[in-house]
Design a protein around this ligand. Sequence first.
Ligand code: FAD
Length: 309
Amino acid sequence: MLRQTLLTLAASDRVRDLVTRLPVSSAIVTRYVPGESTEDAVRAGRRLAAKGLRLTFDHLGEDTRDERQAEATVAAYLDLLAALSEAGLTADAEVSVKLSAIGQALPEIGAKLSLENARRICRAARDAGTTVTLDMEDHTTTDQTLATLRELRMDYPETGAVLQAYLRRTEDDCRALAHEGSRVRLCKGAYDEPASVAFSSRADVDRSYVRCLTVLMAGAGYPMVASHDPTMIRIAGALATRFDRAPGSYEFQMLYGIRPEEQRRLASTGERVRVYVPYGREWYGYLMRRLAERPANLTFFLRSLISKK
Ligand SMILES: Cc1cc2nc3c(=O)[nH]c(=O)nc-3n(C[C@H](O)[C@H](O)[C@H](O)COP(=O)(O)OP(=O)(O)OC[C@H]3O[C@@H](n4cnc5c(N)ncnc54)[C@H](O)[C@@H]3O)c2cc1C
């Protein structure tokens, strides 16, 4: 209920206006976003890589209706990939891309433009020795995003997919994507979705997560277990044992700033752990989804707004 209210409030221009007046240096922002520039991202990446963690970078921005903005996002990814390569980080760092940030939502030309733009990022990633994962957004984009994934994989089969366990369709999507060479990140899902397409109770989402993960772990692909939930992490470990998965044939993923001790603990036990590092000026939508996930953050957030620190 509170989650839904926060996600609805997040769509209000007045709330956006108030929140985006917070400096990026305010504690509530820096907890989840290490900074706005490529340099900030690379610096955070270096720090995490030194702790034995792998990385995926997300240049923040979504839902653009402006071709120039989409082009600027592509340029930011190309700049980042060059900087990661120069920093010697590409063996351990890939990038995550939202198709809506590179033009998917543009009327008429969206599908074609975002595919072309994604191809450019995939080519640059491959040249730098790394890969791309396509983030998944709200359910109205799922079919289009999976269609774009199929096209991209013809030339770049290493491109990763994301599936959201809260969607009723996802178990079937897992079956379709659990094949040799297929990298699939499974998350619970972060958008406010109608009951017609998504499970709404936490217990149902968790049960779906376990069913989906079982399909992925039993299959021939490369599962990426994106969750901070201790139960899901424990079950993932048990499934890896049950299906005889060698270390390195799957990985855990968590968001920057969430359960950092657990990220390091898992890595220290020999698990492969990747941290999702979002950066850039458009941090608003991302921050609001993180706050909506954890109402306990709300007091901290309101205090930040009042003190404007
Ligand atoms: C690497 C990665 C990539 C993702 N990519 C996508 C994507 O492409 N599309 C999409 O819809 N969603 C994505 N998500 C978000 C995901 O769908 C969930 O919304 C988010 O991960 C919270 O779910 P959870 O599995 O951690 O479980 P939850 O049950 O929500 O949380 C479990 C525990 O984690 C901690 N925790 C969780 N969230 C927070 C928070 N915001 N602040 C502080 N502590 C917290 C708490 O201790 C909580 O008890 C991604 C998540 C990860 C980790």
